[in-house]
Design a protein around this ligand. Structure first.
Ligand code: C5P
Length: 316
């Protein structure tokens, strides 16, 4: 049976700003999303059973139809019923390395890989924007995960405007294995606490999004200036997650005292990343954090920013 193995990178948020609430109850956002070199490996294999099956090496990832990778295959089967009937079902195998429920788009990037893998398997020849439109039906971060790199995301997070990619900036990523933050909880709490200051009209939303496009963090990205990028990191969701999860604050403080260029929580957390001057500094910072927090529950990774989204690793 034919199969494709795909590399599915995680993302971090260099900027996450909540502007308002939308008629569909999602939040109007302006974000800067960045792919990182920490990836899951997804294999998508044709099967003659007419069924969708998911297997994953991580015990906390469901193998049933609640898995977003399963939903991605189901969406392809619904959108392309005759192709599904012709080629049969798919077996999806996820080799998980990205921490789960971490604010790193681990599920979203798996879904993006399944869309790309099935497109190849069924020889559909979908364009990047067609894959992104399908991705938007699955989750707000899925469209970004298709092509990855560096991008400004507006709307729910699905409207993308690519930026020149940041390739060789090293980061350390930290997450307490047993800690998980619910994304709906984070947004709901933010709305309860700060909803009064939301922008109400389309003009102010457009003005604010435009200010980011021409603002200091985008300038720093255009200049490939890691120091400046690190100083301009921003995430509104820290305002609700840090008071509730002291371990996240502890990671931020430990990174800051290890002398990194900048540190921030990613997405709705609870993972925290730190931008470093070099690979060597990143390795040293990782050791320092390990010494300061000698807790086996703490996962630490040295990785770097990358310019790619879903990539084909092999096909048979
Ligand atoms: O789109 P996705 O399924 O990734 O979103 C997860 C949850 O995060 C949503 O159910 C919603 O509660 C919240 N969210 C939001 N506004 C966004 C994106 C996500 O309120 N733009």
């Amino acid at each position: 049976m034919r199969s494709y193995t795909l590399i599915a990178p995680a993302k971090i948020n260099l900027h996450l700003e909540i502007l308002g609430v939308r008629p569909d109850a999602y939040h109007e956002l302006v974000m800067i999303l960045q792919s990182i070199n920490l990836s899951d490996e997804i294999s998508v294999q044709a099967s003659d059973t007419q069924a969708i099956r998911v297997r994953c090496n991580h015990p906390e990832v469901p193998a049933d139809n609640s898995n977003i990778a399963y939903k991605a295959a189901e969406l392809m089967a619904t959108e392309f019923p005759s192709t599904f009937a012709k080629y049969g079902g798919v077996n999806i195998t996820i080799n998980k390395r990205i921490p789960v429920a971490a604010g790193l788009a681990g599920g979203s990037t798996n879904a993006a890989a399944v869309l790309v893998g099935i497109d190849l398997l069924w020889k559909l020849g979908l364009t990047q924007s067609e894959l992104e439109e399908l991705g938007a039906q699955l989750g707000s971060d899925v469209p970004f995960c298709v092509a990855g790199g560096t991008a400004i995301a507006t709307g729910r997070g699905e409207q993308l405007s690519p930026l020149p990619s940041l390739d060789n900036i090293y980061i350390v990523l930290a997450k307490f294995r047993s800690l998980a933050v619910s994304t709906p909880w984070a947004y709901k709490t933010y709305r309860q606490q700060f909803g009064d200051s939301y922008l109400k009209d389309t003009d102010s939303l457009t003005t604010r999004a435009a200010a980011i496009h021409s603002g200091p963090i985008v300038k720093a990205i255009l200049n490939q200036d890691a120091t400046e990028i690190a100083q301009k990191l921003h995430n509104d969701l820290e305002r609700v997650v840090l008071p509730e999860y002291p371990q996240v604050l502890q990671l931020r403080e430990t990174f800051a005292s290890a002398g990194v260029l900048g540190t921030m929580m990613s997405g709705s957390g609870p993972s925290v990343f730190a931008i470093c001057e070099s690979q060597q500094q990143a390795e040293e910072v990782k050791l320092r954090v390990r010494e300061t927090i000698p807790d086996e529950d703490l996962e630490l990774f040295v990785t770097r920013m990358t310019s790619h989204g879903i990539q084909i690793a092999s096909s048979v």
